[in-house]
Ligand binder design. Structure first.
Ligand SMILES: Cc1cc2nc3c(=O)[nH]c(=O)nc-3n(C[C@H](O)[C@H](O)[C@H](O)COP(=O)(O)O)c2cc1C
Length: 307
């Protein structure tokens, strides 16, 4: 079994992961939706759908539109709320031997801190991924993620509220993502993950209306991979904390590109909608790559780009 192969092990924020393949927030539900399709025990980690203090209904439909080599979404962070997650989903999810990261979303710095403090009390949650990069909500989210100053303030408060490993998810919509990454590192983040979606839109030429009720949405999928890769490379060169690469990953080869560019781990997003078993196929592909190249550990390729 590929999952028993120790060559894929990586360290992330003091946690030893079986492999560098995590599932990205919002594309893998609360994990349990994929139980029948994927061996959840084989994943490096699961990042669950963004959770807020209170349940949220999200934006009105239509909220998804297909685009060339990608998709636009404006879900607007619909979720069941942190308490329902802890009560109804986590007991079953934590039976798997796979770290669960909770992605958090809030409208104010105080709420981000409150969420972190609540999560801090729950042993079965391995870590927090703070989403300061959602482009599809009116308040909070990306407003914090595009400004280094604001991002730093969120992370400082969250850091004071929890001992858990803290990953901060960055926005490609920031004018200078490297400055945000540096500030977030200085404010106490244990890792950064990038990228979230890139703001885009689509038009229906017959109705002359936007294809999303929200007008704009977040672009994801293979279309954004080159942008994500470039940003991961830039950020990895600028910070000492680990970088988690996200954006358009469809195959083991894509994962390797991100790791060579400097990512210590990756998250698989939109690809889960195309092929729900893609994470398993990617893990198998990584094992094959190590074997074919006679490499002992995948860690040896991180940041080896010769540029
Ligand atoms: C339908 C959908 C919902 C998403 N929901 C969240 C979310 O709740 N929190 C978050 O941080 N990112 C969310 N994302 C962003 C993804 O986690 C990921 O960063 C992005 O889609 C880029 O990766 P990909 O190209 O592999 O999909 C969502 C993406 C999609 C497509």
């Amino acid at each position: 079994m590929a999952s028993a192969f120790s060559g894929l092990e990586v360290d992330l924020c003091g946690l030893r992961l079986k492999n560098p393949v995590l599932t990205a927030s919002g594309t893998f539900g609360y994990g349990l939706e994929f139980e029948e399709l994927v061996d959840l025990n084989r994943l490096g980690g699961i990042v669950v759908k963004g959770l807020s203090l209170q349940p949220a209904a999200g934006n009105p439909p239509p909220r998804i539109a297909e685009t060339a080599s990608g998709m636009l979404n404006a879900i607007g962070l619909e979720n069941i709320g942190i308490e329902a997650f802890i009560r109804d989903k986590l007991p079953r999810l934590s039976r798997y031997d796979t770290p669960v990261f909770v992605n958090t979303y809030a409208k104010t710095i105080g709420e981000y801190a409150e969420l972190a403090a609540r999560i801090d009390t729950v042993e079965q949650i391995a870590g927090i991924e703070v989403n300061i990069s959602c482009p599809n909500v009116k308040a909070g989210g990306v407003a914090f993620g595009v400004d280094p100053e604001a991002a730093g303030k969120v992370v400082q408060k969250v850091r004071m509220s929890t001992q858990k490993p803290l990953i901060v998810k960055l926005s490609p919509n920031a004018p200078d993502i490297v400055s945000v990454a540096r500030r977030v590192e200085d404010s106490g983040a244990d890792a950064v993950s990038l990228i979230n979606t890139i703001t885009g839109m689509a038009v229906d030429i017959n109705t002359r209306r936007p294809r999303l009720a929200n007008v704009t949405g977040g672009l994801s999928g293979p279309a954004i991979k080159p942008v994500a890769l470039r940003m991961v490379w830039q950020v990895a060169a600028a910070v000492k904390i680990p970088v988690v690469g996200i954006g358009g990953i469809m195959s083991a080869e894509d994962v390797l590109e991100f790791m060579i560019a400097g990512a210590s781990a990756v998250e698989i997003g939109t690809a889960n909608f195309v092929n729900p078993r893609v994470s398993m196929e990617i893990i198998d592909g990584l094992v094959r790559y190590l074997e074919e190249n006679r490499l002992e550990s995948i860690r040896d390729i991180v940041g080896t780009l010769e540029a």
